[in-house]
Design a binder for this molecule. Structure first.
Ligand SMILES: Nc1ncnc2c1ncn2[C@@H]1O[C@H](COP(=O)(O)OP(=O)(O)O)[C@@H](O)[C@H]1O
Ligand SMILES: [Mg+2]
Length: 267
């Protein structure tokens, strides 16, 4: 069974006269890391809010573990199984310390106290925040904040985590930390990851890429063969990571890749 399935999914904002999502049919599988890329306004964030029932479809449906997000009885399960990490975690913190904040979410979910303490230890180890558990969330660096927010969600044991441009406000180090966290969660803990990003090098780390354009999923490609994808990405005006730009340029000019290596590395 797909962990998330989109069936003829449509979405239209009330005050708008055009659909933002136009009939999406897709399945997302357990344990995969899916990236969603596409220009501003193509519908990525709208779609991400439909994954866990934060918004409801205006046409078609979204199923999480076989249950429609519109079913009142399933919504609580769905919200727990699909965690969301946004661009700015600031507004997600409610408690005076990181530790209390993680505990607060679990308290709300009715997790027993002994289990809570164990989970705080466990998730802080996973995302490397053991040393900042006593700190006030607003005093943390961007990357630490984002990791603390991730810990709060992980403590609820979701099967899917959705990241909507969660690295875009971070410096390169902070970004690297979050990406390493995503990678570990997916590869070692089997979490299903959906990450919306405008950094292609991040998308290339995942298993599969959806390219959204004007409310449709125009491409659904595996990252097993990145060189085959570079041409359309370039044609869509996406800035390729440097090493791929170099590769494309060399190919265009028919420079042998081995020659390039010699040029870069010396004889
Ligand atoms: N709350 C809203 N009300 C009306 N239109 C919206 C709202 N949020 C987003 N939109 C419109 O929906 C389209 C898709 O937006 P969004 O899902 O945020 O795209 P992306 O995340 O890919 O930039 C855009 O045209 C945007 O202007
Ligand atoms: Mg967005």
């Amino acid at each position: 069974m797909a962990i998330i399935e989109l069936r003829d999914l449509e979405y239209q904002y009330e005050e708008s006269d055009e659909k933002v999502l136009k009939g999406l049919n897709k399945k997302i599988h357990q344990g995969e890391w899916l990236s969603i890329i596409g220009a501003n306004g193509s519908g990525k964030s709208t779609l991400s809010r439909l994954f866990n029932g934060l918004s409801q479809p205006t046409g078609g449906s979204v199923l999480v573990l076989g249950k429609k997000t519109t079913e009142e009885d399933s919504l609580q399960m769905i919200r727990r199984e699909v965690g969301m990490v946004f661009q700015n975690p600031e507004h997600q913190f409610v408690a005076p310390t990181v530790r209390d904040d993680i505990a607060f979410g679990m308290e709300n979910a009715g997790v027993p106290r002994e289990v809570m303490l164990e989970r705080i230890d466990e998730v802080s180890r996973w995302v490397n925040i053991e040393h900042i558990l006593h700190m006030e969330p607003h005093r943390l660096s961007g990357g630490q904040k984002q990791r603390a927010a991730i810990a709060g969600i992980l403590a609820l044991r979701p099967q899917v985590m959705v990241f909507d441009e969660s690295t875009s406000m971070l410096d390169p180090n902070g970004r690297k930390e979050i990406l390493e966290t995503m990678n570990r969660l997916c590869r070692e803990s089997g979490l299903t990851i959906i990450s919306i990003t405008h950094y292609l090098e991040e998308a290339f780390m995942s298993d599969r890429i959806w390219f959204m354009k004007a409310g449709r999923i125009e491409k659904d490609v595996t990252t097993a063969n990145i060189p085959d994808q570079l041409e359309w990405m370039e044609a869509e005006g996406m800035p390729l990571p440097y090493k791929y730009q170099l590769y494309r340029e060399a190919k265009k000019r028919r420079i042998d890749i081995r020659t390039l290596r010699t040029m870069v590395e010396g004889e």
